[in-house]
Design a binder for this molecule. Structure first.
Ligand SMILES: Nc1ncnc2c1ncn2[C@@H]1O[C@H](COP(=O)(O)OP(=O)(O)OP(=O)(O)O)[C@@H](O)[C@H]1O
Length: 214
């Protein structure tokens, strides 16, 4: 049985009220223990990187936080307005870019156009997702996440399998969008360099048996 351990730098915890709080006793999927006891508080405006080897349970933890996975034991507190960006952009292929933004975020066409412009897609609102490169689709997915002004942003390896130049461009874009917002972010990543560049705090999912280091 895989058991997991979360090593968390607790310096920032203090008495502040977290924006999101995960108090997990465990998560079993298909009869297998995936996650053990995990306590994770996310505080206002911070970007926390969640790292760990492949298959350890990073995406599962993110899904629990997002409310997409409900089979866990334990409690999750999250704000109302949560945005999730997955590895693969999840755009509606039969809707144009402007509709993709307006329909999912309930924002005006003008706000949608502004969001498109913020990621270098000005004037492309009438195009369909299939007409975009993967890099452009990923930029749009990021723009959509920020355009909804989320209180909590959950990113699941949004820069993975991009060439180095494009990954760098995406990270710069993320930094720009984040600088105009007070969003609290959890970023799942394999890449130490990415975590160091983007995160104010790094937590590491690892170990067997499942325990939580102080
Ligand atoms: N719906 C599911 N049913 C059964 N097992 C699952 C399910 N989803 C994930 N798992 C298993 O849970 C474990 C953790 O998967 P998860 O995707 O959370 O890991 P990860 O750390 O995000 O991996 P990677 O870095 O490779 O994306 C894996 O062994 C996976 O096979």
């Amino acid at each position: 049985m895989t058991r997991l351990r979360l090593v968390q730098d607790d310096q920032q915890a203090g008495a502040r009220k977290p924006v999101a709080r995960l108090s997990l006793d465990g998560l079993e999927l298909a009869g297998r223990a995936i996650l053990g006891p995990v306590q994770l508080d996310l505080f206002s405006g911070e970007t926390v990187a969640l790292t760990g080897p492949s298959g350890i349970g990073k995406t599962s933890l993110l899904r629990v936080l997002a409310g997409l996975e409900t089979r866990q034991r334990g409690s999750v507190e999250r704000p109302k307005n949560v945005a999730v960006v997955f590895q693969e952009p999840t755009l509606l292929p039969w809707r144009n870019l402007q509709e993709n933004l307006c329909l999912t975020l309930h924002i005006s066409p003008e706000a949608a156009e502004q969001a498109l412009a913020s990621v270098g897609l000005a004037g492309r609102g009438g195009d369909f997702p299939g007409q975009l490169s993967l890099g452009q689709q990923r930029r749009l997915a990021l723009a959509r996440a920020f355009a909804g002004s989320p209180d909590l942003l959950l990113l699941d390896e949004p820069f993975v399998s991009l060439d180095a130049a494009l990954a760098d461009e995406m990270m710069t874009l993320f930094e720009t969008l984040r600088s105009g917002s007070s969003v609290t972010t959890l970023l799942v990543t394999h890449a130490e360099s990415e975590a160091k560049r983007l995160a104010s705090r790094i937590v590491h999912l690892s170990g067997s048996p499942a325990t939580l280091d102080p």
